[in-house]
Structures are given as C-alpha cells and as structure tokens.
Write a protein that binds this ligand. Structure first.
Ligand SMILES: C[S@@+](CC[C@H](N)C(=O)[O-])C[C@H]1O[C@@H](n2cnc3c(N)ncnc32)[C@H](O)[C@@H]1O
Length: 203
C-alpha cells in the first residue's frame, strides 16, 4: 500500500465519520500510528478483528482494503457510530458490543487493539483509562488473545512509554513481540507491537 493510497482511504473514512459523539474516542496520534502499522501489511481477504474500535477507523480502513472485518467495542454508542460510517462508505463489517473478547467466538489472521492505556491516576474516561499502571486492559487482552488467533496470526497492539511496555516483554514468554511502528511525542513514546505466539514461529 502506497502512502498516497493509505492517505486517500483515511480521508474517505474521516469524511464519512463526520463529528464524533463526545463519549467516543476521536482519532489521535495513537490511532494514526496504528494505521501506519496496518498499512505495512496486505490485509485483502484476511479475517481481521478490531478490538475497542471506537469510531471504527481501523476496522473501516481494513474493510476498504478488502479484509473481512469484525469490529468490537464495549460502548454501544461507538458501535452505532461505526455502523453509520460503514453504511456511508458502502462496506460491510460485523459489529459486536463486547468486553474485549467476551462476545467474540472465532479466530483471526490479525487482531488490532489500540487500548485505553493511560495509568488510572491520569485518565479521565473509559476510552483512555488503562487501569493500574495503564496495563490492566492490555494484560486481559494478552491473556485472552491466543484463543482468537489463527495459526500464524498476529496482533498489533499500541503501547506507550507511559505504561512501561518492557514489563510485558518480560512477563509473556509465550509471545514474540516486535516493533512495527513508533513515534516520539513530547510527553510519551508510542509503539505498535506485533504480537505472535512463539509456538507458531519456525525460528
Ligand atoms: C484509545 S480508544 C481507541 C479507539 C480506536 N480504535 C482508535 O484507534 O481510535 C480505546 C477504545 O477501547 C474501548 N474499550 C474500553 N474498554 C474496553 C473493553 N473492556 N472492551 C472493549 N473495548 C473497550 C473504548 O470504548 C474505546 O473505544
């Protein structure tokens, strides 16, 4: 995918999205870094799950690239907003209200999660509050992830220097973590980690 094509797809999505309801997370630097990471892959024909879809931007992006997409969020308003944008764009997504994987019963080639990742002390709402150390949601996600990955599947997970991602690397030996995209902001460093099961790797 060229940068030009990727930007064109994003422009279409942002136009269809219109104004974002106040309780839904509006796309930010973290979102666009996830888009950059996804744009490194060819997702056409792949089964993709977008966990915590918010405005639906990541799921819609993959759907416009030809993926079969399930988009999930704990917030019904976010799911309704995503449904409206999908209709305007003429793409079909499976939309599910779900606490992480609680209502997801299949396996995917690619699972995306831009989680609420701020430590609770600095967070002001559920779209950004990642609990203690900013890692509670991420830990729950990683515990449940293996049951939802196809063989050779992977997840793209957004982490921040604010939630100390090295702790994850040290705690989860069953996963191999690699960096797909990173960006330094003035108050944090963002990184998209590719997460794969070590059992699936030949080396
Ligand atoms: C940082 S926002 C990311 C939104 C969107 N994916 C993006 O990249 O702009 C985190 C999203 O996770 C959702 N969320 C929070 N807790 C969740 C949970 N337990 N299960 C599923 N989604 C959750 C929030 O409603 C919010 O839409």
């Amino acid at each position: 995918m060229t940068v030009q094509n990727s930007n064109e797809i994003l422009r279409k999505i942002l136009a269809a999205m219109g104004s974002v309801p106040p309780q839904v997370y509006a796309p930010g630097d973290d979102t666009f870094l996830m888009v950059d990471a996804v744009a490194t892959l060819s997702v056409e024909g792949k089964n993709v799950l977008d966990v915590g879809t918010g405005t639906g931007i990541l799921g819609l992006y993959c759907a416009l690239c030809g993926a079969h997409v399930t988009a999930a969020d704990i917030d019904e308003v976010a799911i309704r907003h995503t449904a409206d944008a999908a209709q305007l764009l003429g793409v079909e997504l499976k939309l599910v209200v779900s606490d992480l994987f609680s209502n997801i019963h299949s396996q995917f080639d690619l699972v995306l999660f831009n989680p609420p990742y701020l430590p609770s002390e600095g967070a002001h709402d559920g779209t950004v509050d990642g609990g203690s150390g900013g890692r509670d949601l991420i830990v729950r996600f990683l515990e449940q992830l293996p049951a939802h990955l196809q063989k050779d599947g992977s997840a793209f997970l957004l982490v921040s220097s604010l939630n100390n991602p090295n702790t994850l690397r040290k705690s989860y030996y069953n996963f191999k973590f690699s960096t797909v995209a990173k960006r330094a902001l003035f108050f944090e460093d963002l990184e998209v980690l590719r997460v794969r099961l070590r059992n699936d790797l030949s080396i």
